[in-house]
Design a binder for this molecule. Structure first.
Ligand code: 5AD
Ligand code: SF4
Length: 450
């Protein structure tokens, strides 16, 4: 029984997996202060919007959400209570002052490097004095100051190993909002991974805006992965997101010989025209990307490729867009994310001539998505009949059903005992849909738990 009444914390996460991870860490630093996470902002004591700035739409969503939360804050005040509203994440970093100005109900703004200061900022906001803005960069302080104990549910976990980016793709706000590339020391990462393994985590996804540029303690991502693979209990390792430029030979080699490294790679290419790639400052060509994939596939033939695409970048003509479709056909993607180019203030591309009409962008996006969907379905259909090691994560929606992950990051449903959760079990795949596979446990696994 706790003596202090539980305070209600509502966190809404926008955008990338980095933010999902950061939200978990924010809940961790606030837990000792008596904050427990709730699913509904109505009546909450603290509401955190962990924002994403990457596309304009995402930023606007934050402002409209803030409008709703403000009403809840007013309702709570009328009932004699108090709701604190915090805006965290990349919008906070980029537009801290403006948020406070545009939405007066916001009590504090905290950038991605200052989460460890959240308790203090909240205390200050409660006293209604002092600093309301905390968005300065000090990435190395951030990790050290966060509590070592993380509350993880489940058998898979994210682990941030690198932050920031100094590639300066001309469309992207990340180098401005998250700062330059910075890697955590390998010892700290190993410590955290061991603790996660002790709590039952079997699969780690290493996170970073430019994760394959990892160079903590003079190491490389490949060396880090090999080190983490030795930890008892860590059976699977993934990493995201990578830049084609930083795909080192040793990492490709690791895909060939390290069984813990899962055969799935998210390697954004963005576009299939060299002219557009140059304007994007991507520092690779279509040919160098295709050659890179060939080398990766030579090391690990069954690797599933994933990517990010932007359509309607300034100056993109029909012919350029067709080349993106050609590249998709040539490479073959198991999954992908595609976006309409969104003009981000302050980035070089936002000032470029040749901005593309929204209707043209929408039409291109639809054509690209259609092709990517077909590829995804074909990739999934290609698994039918195969025997796959599946890491079971949770109970399914139907009684007696459990859900897990394939090596290729597909969701896999099967009939099975909940005691299999947290174990890797061979499953014969029998059916495939766009987002998931269905299968049956190999009889030996069923017998073991009978
Ligand atoms: N417009 C559209 N998509 C963008 N992305 C990043 N910035 C923009 C932008 N201004 C996409 C890229 C990146 C992914 C995380 O978001 O494809 O890889
Ligand atoms: Fe943005 Fe480019 Fe850095 Fe990715 S590599 S975070 S797209 S600047």
């Amino acid at each position: 029984m706790s003596e202090t009444p539980q305070k209600r914390l509502y966190i809404k996460t926008y955008g990338c997996q980095m933010n999902v991870y950061d939200s978990e860490r924010m809940a961790d630093v606030l837990r000792p202060l008596g904050y427990g996470v709730v699913d509904d902002p109505e009546g909450a004591d603290l509401v955190v919007l962990n924002t994403c700035h990457i596309r304009e739409k995402a930023t606007e969503k934050v402002y409209s959400e803030l409008g709703q939360i403000k009403l809840m804050k007013e309702r709570k005040a009328q009932a004699g209570g108090r709701m604190t509203i915090a805006v965290a994440g990349c919008v906070a970093q980029a537009e801290g002052q403006e948020i406070m100005h545009r939405q007066k109900a916001v009590d504090l703004v905290v950038g991605p490097q200052s989460y460890h200061q959240l308790p203090e900022l909240i205390a200050r906001a409660h006293r209604a004095t002092g600093e309301r803005l905390s968005t300065h960069f000090a990435a190395d302080e951030k990790f050290d100051a966060l509590p070592a104990e993380r509350q993880v549910k489940g058998v898979t976990a994210f682990l941030t190993v690198q932050e920031g980016c100094d590639k300066f793709c001309t469309f992207c706000v990340v180098p401005y909002t998250r700062g330059g590339e910075w890697s955590r020391p390998p010892e700290a990462i190993e410590d955290e991974a061991r603790r996660l393994a002790d709590q039952g985590v079997r699969e780690l996804t290493l996170l970073g805006q430019n994760v394959n540029a990892y160079n903590g303690g003079g190491s490389t991502l490949a060396k880090l992965v090999r080190r983490l693979a030795k930890i008892e209990g860590i059976d699977r390792i993934r990493y995201t997101t990578s830049h084609p430029r930083d795909m080192g030979d040793d990492l490709i080699e690791a895909h060939g010989d390290l069984p813990e490294l899962m055969p799935y790679l998210h390697l954004p290419v963005q576009a299939g025209s060299d002219k557009i790639l140059k304007a994007m400052n991507r520092d690779h060509t279509v040919e160098s990307y295709v050659k890179l994939i060939e080398r990766i596939r030579a090391a690990r033939p069954d690797i599933a490729m994933s990517g990010d695409f932007i359509v309607g970048f300034p100056g993109e003509r029909d012919g350029d867009f067709e080349k993106t479709l050609d590249l998709v056909r040539e490479v073959g993607f198991a999954s992908a994310f595609s976006f309409k180019y969104s003009r981000r203030p302050g980035t070089p591309a936002s000032a470029m001539t040749g901005q593309i009409d929204e209707a043209v962008k929408a039409e291109r996006l639809e054509r690209l998505n259609q092709l990517l969907d077909e590829q995804q379905k074909a990739f999934n259909a290609g698994q039918v009949g195969k025997l796959m090691p599946v890491l079971f994560e949770k109970a399914g929606r139907h009684a007696g059903q459990i859900v897990g992950r394939s090596p290729y990051l597909q969701a896999v449903h099967a009939e099975g005992a909940e005691s299999l959760i947290g174990t890797i079990v061979p499953v014969r795949i029998e059916s495939a849909a766009k987002m998931s596979l269905g299968g049956v446990l190999e009889s030996s696994a069923v017998l073991e738990t009978a």
